[in-house]
Design a protein around this ligand. Structure first.
Ligand code: GLA
Length: 728
């Protein structure tokens, strides 16, 4: 049983395969956090200690007991205003103007299956795979109630958290802050791992010790952002890829967020993740509800590799949905870096034709096919085909491409509008803009007010007319951060950013329901909205606008801490690379793109016959390895930020097949040899490398490793495919 309530000790215990989570209702009705870590049993309330602590006040109802303070105890959902001076998870402005909330336990429910969240993405499960715990808390004065939600997926080693707030009082209240999950650790010395970056260089790993004070990440951009990813890891100082305790929190939300780790006066560590509180002040009228986005928690006692596997498997199997969740994704060619805005129907057809001859299965026509859109200054919002530019109807073009035996996909950016567009001329009030002020432009575009249903409805209708023509793939882009947060239709401007994201999710949900056979790839100037929220609607996301193979090794490394390879959009592009000017071999570019959804972003017409032949065999190879890449366990073998080589590996569930891939990131005279240790093999077994025929002992591969060649020339890539063999 995943969830156990002990009536005598008033404890809730949640068990997954490898972890235990425990909390307790204390005599005053406060919900205290007791334990999260390695799977164990028994009651952990012995961890709570009491002492008279100066300047840490005491709740009125504890009477003269000065040893009881909310400022010192580990809590499950700490509120602003009840005597806890650490960073709160929940802050409410009441009808009388006070900012205060005092939540006390009311009741609980345990249900089979996993809860869902209205209008928001959530992990799902078969009824037998999961249990839900609902703990109802209430402020006795204002009657603001919070239902804390816990989903326990025992076999997936995952616990999910969320909260539903209901205003049961008489007056309007405002949520000033609500985080979805909080973990209080009574002791422990930790490192914090976060993923920072910028456009075209996303998700660099930063690992720093947790120190006294607060360490924060977040986004104020209305999207989850290139700058910080909405996921964080707390690990023992000693934790490595293969050993040690670590905890992850990943937020299923695609808007602004905040993550914080605070080490307090008594060395307690509080970790929390949820919505960005800046520009957020969500008003709730009596009777209204608010859903906090979900956070996925996982714990590993055996290092970061295992922690990532837990997230990968959960996201791949119980967050991604639809036909393509389990299907091999078609190898695509995207027109962007091949021709940017400079194309017509015939040139797109020629791209498709050349691509089909080397084995590509789908042609994606990127930006520039609609409205007046010959560069990025105009046309967004006008979702009708520019037949004059194409020289034919979209239907004819799709038919011609289908005639080559290829699928057809298209690029859209539904949330944006250019001032130079018909849509803006007709509906200038549909954009986010503060009255009386000029808006902030970015890429010369503005953002449509997706907090308004009529705006979402209209764009949805326009886009459907296009998709109905036989489109089989959509790249959903979003090429700016939000600013000028203001909706002329909103009652309260503090609600707008969150309602915008609900509008986005509503659109995506309708799309997913109406077109179950369309593969949707998320994108936001590459990886600016690479988050677990999007994965609920789009099983893959364009990982970065940077297609340089060497940079990609690092970007994909950082991404792999939280997200499965099946979600990482990755393409082979032309050299010199358009973002860096660097040249790498076709083989290197192929190896790096194979650690993703695999496709091309170049004009095959510009290639030599030899290169075309190489692409043909690359694609054949990809098909051979695709099930292993998509469904296997992904292991990081080196850290490309410090090693001379970037190396990683895929191991099948039955451990019989292994694909090892590596790229040399540095070259030196008289090179020393890099030995890379393999992981996850069956000990005592033998593995045969399929190209050389050479047989290796698993223990040797895992203990000493495999020497990478010191071949001449920069950025060489190596790929070894092993199969388990019987002893002869
Ligand atoms: C974004 C995307 C690119 C491309 C362009 C088109 O930058 O990330 O892949 O689609 O927009 O304008």
């Amino acid at each position: 049983m995943g969830i156990v309530y002990d009536e005598t000790r008033k404890t809730f215990t949640l068990h997954t395969k490898g972890s235990t989570y425990q909390m307790q209702v204390d005599p005053y009705g406060f919900l205290l956090h007791l334990y999260y870590g390695r799977r164990t049993r028994g009651c952990m309330d012995y961890l709570l200690t009491y002492a008279d602590r100066g300047f840490s006040g005491n709740p009125y109802d504890v009477g003269k007991d000065r040893t009881y303070s909310m400022d010192v105890l580990p809590q499950e959902f700490p509120c602003q205003g009840n005597g806890d001076y650490r960073s709160p998870v929940f802050a409410v402005k009441n009808a009388d103007g006070s900012i205060c909330c005092d939540l006390r336990f009311q009741r609980y429910e345990i249900e089979k299956g996993k809860y869902g969240l209205k209008g928001l993405p959530a992990v799902y499960a078969e009824e037998a795979e999961a249990e839900t715990l609902k703990i109802y808390m209430e402020d006795p004065v204002t009657r603001v109630s919070v239902c804390l939600l816990y989903g326990v997926l025992e076999e997936y080693d995952v616990i999910t958290r969320s909260a539903v707030v209901t205003n049961q009082g008489e007056g309007r209240v405002c949520l000033e802050k609500i985080q979805s999950a909080c973990l209080d650790f009574v002791c422990g010395e930790f490192d914090l791992l976060t993923f920072y970056g910028r456009h075209a260089m996303e998700r660099n790993l930063q690992r720093v010790p947790v120190v006294h004070g607060s360490q924060m990440i977040g986004s104020r951009r209305g999207t989850s952002s290139h700058q910080y990813n909405p996921m964080m890891i707390l690990a023992d100082h000693e934790a490595t890829e293969d050993a040690g305790s670590c905890y992850a929190m990943a937020l299923l939300y695609s808007g602004g967020f905040k993550g914080e780790v605070e080490k307090d006066q008594f060395h307690l560590t509080r970790m929390q993740l949820g919505l960005q509180e800046e520009l957020f002040s969500y008003s709730l009228d009596p009777g209204q509800e608010f859903y906090a986005p979900e956070v996925v928690l996982t714990y590993s006692q055996s290092g970061l590799g295992r922690l990532s596997h837990n997230l990968h498997i959960c996201f791949r199997k119980r967050l991604c949905r639809g036909k393509y969740r389990d299907l091999e994704r078609p190898v695509l060619l995207n027109s962007w870096e091949a021709s940017y805005f400079d194309f017509n129907g015939e040139s797109i057809y020629q791209l498709a034709k050349q691509a089909s001859q080397v084995g590509v299965e789908m042609l994606v026509m990127d930006d520039g096919w609609f409205g007046k859109r010959d560069d990025d200054n105009s046309g967004l919002g006008d979702w009708y085909v520019n037949e004059e530019k194409l020289g034919e109807s979209l239907q004819d073009l799709i038919q011609r491409i289908n005639g080559l035996g290829m699928k057809f996909g298209i690029w859209i950016e539904p949330e944006s509008v250019n001032e130079d567009s018909n849509l803006f001329q007709e509906h200038p009030d549909w954009v986010m803009r503060i009255p009386g002020r000029n808006p902030v432009r970015a890429r010369n575009q503005l953002v449509l007010d997706f907090s308004r249903k009529e705006v979402v409805d209209y764009i949805f209708e326009q886009i459907c007319k296009i998709l109905d023509l036989g489109v089989e793939y959509v790249k959903w882009d979003m090429n700016r951060s939000l600013a000028d947060v203001y909706s002329c239709a909103a009652k309260d401007q503090g609600n707008v950013l969150y309602d915008y994201v609900l509008g986005l999710y509503d659109f995506l949900e309708r799309l997913v329901q109406r077109y179950p056979n369309i593969l949707i790839e998320g994108c936001c100037g590459g990886g600016g909205r690479f988050d677990a929220g999007m994965l609920y609607y789009t099983p893959q996301i364009w990982c970065s606008d940077n297609t340089d193979a060497v940079d990609r090794v690092r970007i994909q490394y950082g991404t792999s801490f939280g997200y499965p390879v099946s979600s990482v959009g990755s393409h082979v592009s032309a050299v010199p690379n358009h973002q860096t000017g660097r040249s790498t071999s076709l083989k290197t570019r192929g190896v790096v793109a194979m650690a993703g959804t695999f496709g091309y972003e170049l004009d095959p017409g510009m290639l030599t016959e030899d290169e075309k032949q190489e692409i043909r065999s690359q694609i054949e190879q990809y098909h051979r390895y695709a099930p292993l890449i998509q469904n296997g366990r992904y292991y990081r073998l080196t850290n490309p930020f410090v090693s001379e080589a970037g190396a990683w590996e895929f191991v099948s569930e039955d451990q019989k097949e292994v694909l090892f891939q590596a790229v040399m990131l540095e070259i030196h005279g008289n090179m020393t040899v890099n030995y890379v240790r393999l992981k996850g093999l069956k000990r005592d077994c033998l593995y045969q490398e399929q190209t050389s025929g050479r047989v290796y002992a698993a223990d040797a591969l895992m203990e000493t490793g495999i020497p990478l060649p010191t071949a001449f020339g920069e950025y060489q890539a190596y790929q070894y495919y092993f199969k388990e063999v019987e002893e002869s």
